[in-house]
Design a protein around this ligand. Structure first.
Ligand code: PAF
Length: 280
């Protein structure tokens, strides 16, 4: 696996790759890699000739400075996992490499529309602008044919779809299924920060979403959501939201629609904020 820390060196290398007619697949991450990330690498491996992964904990997408400071960093383990998974290139830039203009410098503002105003957008002001800024920068550098992202970050995937439309970047977005631990907890880098007891409690999130999924076409949504919120609170969570939305546009629903829906939640266990979703 090649490791690049400088964008120019990576771009020079990728120019040769593209001249040779090879298709590039890209998996952007913030590191602290788990099986969910590795499944993205494997999917990219099957679809592209050259797989590029980036590890960059992006300061502009953290609305909570404590969350940024405590974001797990496990670079050595990550390199071992990426090598074993057959990653061709790791891009590991510094903050100044990605933000030569400064983290607080002038950045573009993206019109993501309604999708940015609800759920994660409402609870994490500017989070999606930060995601847009960094993914745009990374796509400009890597110029991949395909981009692989996890359904675990359902709303983020919709934002990236919109980013591709706004910028006209001709990369195909592939959304890959959420991987779950035994018991159902969605794999997430933030799970590393959970104590064994908290990890046990965290299982309640997927249980609650599964119950919504099973009952969504039988029970009224207000009762279903109220019950879900109570279940999470009784387990010890501080709940940011439990919602059921149209999976196509994230419009929040009070009654079932014929098409695909999605149940989404965000809740905190102590300092650790977890999100999850399930298609209905
Ligand atoms: O999902 C993530 O890990 C991050 O939001 C991403 C897409 C790598 C941008 O920093």
């Amino acid at each position: 696996m090649y490791l690049f820390k400088q964008r120019v060196a990576l771009q020079d290398h990728l120019e040769q790759v593209k001249k040779a007619g090879k298709r590039v697949g890209f998996v952007p991450t913030m590191g602290a890699l788990h099986e969910g990330h590795i499944s993205l690498i494997e999917t990219a491996r099957a679809a592209a000739d050259v797989v590029v992964c980036s590890i960059f904990v992006n300061p502009t997408q953290f609305n909570d400075p404590k969350d940024f400071e405590k974001y797990p960093i496990t670079i050595n383990d990550d390199i071992i996992k990426l090598t074993a998974a057959g990653t061709d290139i790791l891009f590991l830039p510094s903050v100044s490499e990605m933000y030569p203009e400064g983290v607080n410098g002038q950045h573009p503002h993206y019109d993501f529309g309604y999708v940015e105003t609800v759920l994660e957008g409402a609870h994490r002001p500017n989070h999606f602008q930060g995601v847009g800024i960094i993914v745009h920068k990374l796509l400009d550098i890597v110029q991949p044919d395909s981009l692989f992202m996890g359904q675990k970050d359902f709303q983020q995937c919709m934002i990236i779809k919109r980013l591709l439309e706004i910028t006209g970047i001709p990369t195909a977005l592939h959304i890959c299924p959420t991987l779950r631990e035994t018991g159902g907890l969605a794999m997430s880098s933030r799970n590393m920060r959970l104590s064994p007891e908290q990890r046990q409690t965290a299982i309640q999130i997927s249980r609650t979403l599964t119950e919504i999924k099973e009952k969504a076409r039988l029970l009224p949504f207000p009762a279903l959501k109220e019950n879900a919120r109570n279940q999470l609170q009784n387990a010890g969570f501080q709940v940011d939201y439990v919602e059921i939305a149209d999976a196509g546009n994230l419009k929040l629903l009070e009654t079932a629609i014929p098409g695909q829906m999605v149940a989404l939640t965000a809740a905190k266990l102590g300092e650790i904020r977890l999100i999850d979703n399930m298609l209905i």
